[in-house]
Ligand binder design. Structure first.
Ligand code: ADP
Length: 645
């Protein structure tokens, strides 16, 4: 039941929207996707703008990747090749070395074949001439083991003792069907002297090799043995050893196989210490970066390990191991070559890192160059767009100015023409000498006065606009009562309203004192009332004044042509009009000047209107006009939607 409450098993509903919690398995815990969600929209334009740069980076990195792979493969191939070379040289070296030893032993057999009796001194001189230590490193010595039948033992010991070796004896003791005895072993150092008289046939490993040599007539190597020479008192270092035997028969080498045993005379042999033998082996990397293990036989176990150059704790590289089977005097040896970590390190030689770093650097360089080019292009494009915008703004401004000049000329010409007509009429009357009708003169002068007033109003508007544009508007604040100002204004419009047949009412129930600039206030209200009469289609016009605490509110409502909502904002701008100049004259400056003045008084002006249903202009003024320098002037509240009635 609990599961059902938690939602589907494993994927639980997260407490935070946008946070994904995968409960089972705990793969993603508390991965906050909100950051991602916020970042992606910011990231997308950036990526789109720099697509070329990122493309260049990607291509650069791809090329680097391919180059690294290629170089890596090359390095690996070279490394494998070098390893194989080392294995080849190592095997060859070992083979040659063993062949040389066997050849030398066969040569020594020649000494015995050519003479029935080889003197101890003769053998000594022969071996000395071989320069064993220098030419055949690893060889412990060269010896001759004599084949003895049991009945020959006593006379043999006596013979050798007679040569001056008074302590000579045959060992180990015991009755055996056949005996061999080491009679010569050169060079005669302490190790070798110990071996004299030793019956190698008594020891199974040696016996196996001796039998093989005897039966085949060829050189035969023994398995792993511990040489008797190792048993020197005081010696700590022991090495694995082996021996190679070459049979010597009575009557030379050409003895038929079935007669070899009875013709047996002895064995020329050489004991080898493995460590010393391999010591002189040379091939690239040996003992340094490449190790060699030599096993007797084809199995690579520790029991038959003859030699190992591996150091404890040194790791071999996986895959860098090669086994080679070599035949040494009739016995297989397995040579195991392995590479150390150092071999790999010495063969990569930092090339890969260099290629990777250079590749990444070049890719980054490409990225930054491309990005700076893209940025420069974007900036140039932006500049050109801005230039086009400015040019089109300038063109529009010139157009507005030209339109305005046309309208202004027309507006000025209308009263001027009328003025000129009236003056011409008066002039004609005076010149004709007829009696002047005072009533007509009075009307003509009245008309002239109206036209000059109109002219001076137009000129004043133009001057006001220029003053506002240059910021030269000065306010003269004084204590006023707004309701009074509005009533006074309405009185001034009485005649004009009567002539137009318009009922003009004022609704100002309470005195509203405050500090304002009377002239500017009257200018604003004059514009609004004049417009209401002009566009009011002869319907009643109402003026309302209200106290709104810190603010005073004046509304001018007409029931005339109204304004399209699309034009409502525009008409407060300079030269903007929403009517055709054919039907209504005007410069499109009244509301612009009014807005500037109301804002200078710290207030706000707006209109609510529908086409054909009249308009209500609303002016909201702070009771005390803030000084223009006081930045903390209160912002007037938004004018309410419903006008006051
Ligand atoms: P003018 O009246 O000289 O054209 P104004 O700046 O006073 O310039 O007014 C701008 C425009 O606003 C007018 O041309 C007219 O289209 C519109 N307008 C102003 N007052 C009213 C009103 N009471 N009723 C309808 N339209 C008006």
């Amino acid at each position: 039941m609990a599961d059902r409450r938690d939602g589907p098993r494993g994927l639980r509903g997260s407490p935070n929207p946008g946070t994904l919690v995968i409960a089972q398995g705990g793969l993603i815990q508390g991965l906050d996707l909100r950051g991602l969600r916020d970042t992606v929209p910011l990231l997308l334009p950036h990526l789109r703008r720099n697509a070329a740069a990122y493309g260049a980076l990607l291509v650069g990195l791809l090329i680097t990747g391919v180059a690294v792979l290629h170089v890596g493969r090359g390095i690996e191939e070279r490394r494998t090749h070098r390893f194989e070379e080392a294995v080849r040289y190592g095997t060859l070296g070992m083979q040659q070395r063993m062949d040389t030893y066997q050849a030398m032993l066969l040569g020594t057999r020649g000494l015995f074949s050519s003479s029935q009796l080889v003197e101890r001194s003769e053998f000594h001189a022969y071996v000395e001439s071989l320069e064993l230590r220098r030419r055949y490193p690893g060889i412990q010595g060269i010896g001759f083991a004599q084949w003895l039948r049991p009945e020959e033992r006593q006379s043999h010991v006596a013979e050798i003792r007679a040569e001056g070796l008074s302590e000579y004896h045959l060992w180990p003791e015991g009755e055996r069907p056949e005996y061999t005895a080491i009679v010569f072993l050169e060079p005669q150092d302490a190790r070798n002297r110990r071996a004299l008289g030793f019956d190698m046939f008594s020891e199974p490993t040696r016996q196996e090799a001796m039998r093989r040599a005897m039966e085949t007539g060829l050189a035969a190597a023994s398995g792993r043995v511990r040489l008797v020479q190792e048993d020197v008192p005081g010696s700590t270092e022991t090495q694995a050893g082996f021996l190679i035997y070459v049979p010597v028969y009575h009557g030379g080498v050409l003895v038929p196989p079935e007669r070899r045993r009875e013709q047996m005379r002895g064995f020329v042999y050489a004991p080898f210490r493995m460590g010393d033998l391999v010591e002189g082996l040379r091939f690239p990397g040996f003992q340094n970066t490449i190790d060699l293990d030599i096993h007797d036989g084809t199995k690579t176990s520790d029991e038959n390990l003859l030699f190992s150059s591996r150091r404890a704790g040194e790791a071999a590289v996986p895959g860098m191991r090669q086994e080679v089977v070599l035949e040494v005097a009739g016995r297989p040896w397995t040579l195991v070559f392995t590479a150390r970590e150092a071999f790999v390190a010495s063969n990569s030689s930092g090339q890969l890192v260099t290629v990777a770093i250079s590749g990444v650097l070049v890719a980054l360089l490409l990225f930054f160059i491309t990005r700076s080019q893209v940025n420069a292009r974007t900036a140039a494009e932006a500049a050109s767009v801005e230039q086009q915008r400015l040019a089109s703004e300038a063109r529009a401004a010139v157009q507005v100015r030209d339109d305005f000049l046309g309208v202004a000329a027309h507006e000025l010409r209308t009263p001027l023409t009328s003025l000129k007509l009236q003056l011409q009429l008066l002039y004609r009357q005076l010149r004709q000498g007829v009696e002047v009708d005072p009533g007509r003169v009075q009307r003509a002068v009245d008309a002239c006065e109206r036209q000059t007033t109109r002219l001076s109003q137009l000129v004043d508007s133009l001057l006001d606009v220029s003053r506002l544009a240059s910021g030269r508007l000065e306010l003269r604040l004084e204590a006023l009562e707004l309701d009074e100002v509005v009533r006074e204004l309405a009185r001034r419009f009485e005649t004009e309203a009567q002539m137009a047949g318009v009922r003009l009412t004022v609704d100002a129930p309470r005195p509203i004192p405050g500090r304002w600039d009377r002239l500017r206030l009257e200018q604003v209200l004059t514009n609004l009332v004049a417009n209401a009469l002009k566009y009011g289609q002869g319907a009643p016009v109402d003026l309302r004044v209200r106290d709104e605490g810190e603010y005073a509110r004046v509304e001018v409502e007409d029931r005339g042509i109204g304004i399209d909502p699309e034009d409502a904002r525009r008409i407060f701008d300079r030269f903007e009009r929403a009517v055709s100049s054919r039907h209504y004259g005007g410069l499109g400056l009244g509301l612009f000047i009014s807005r500037q003045l109301v804002e200078a008084l710290g207030g706000r002006i707006s209109v609510e209107s529908r086409p054909g249903q009249g308009s209500t202009f609303i002016v909201l003024l702070p009771r005390v006009t803030p000084s223009p320098k006081a930045h903390a002037a209160p912002t007037p509240p938004e004018t309410p939607r419903t006008p006051l009635h």
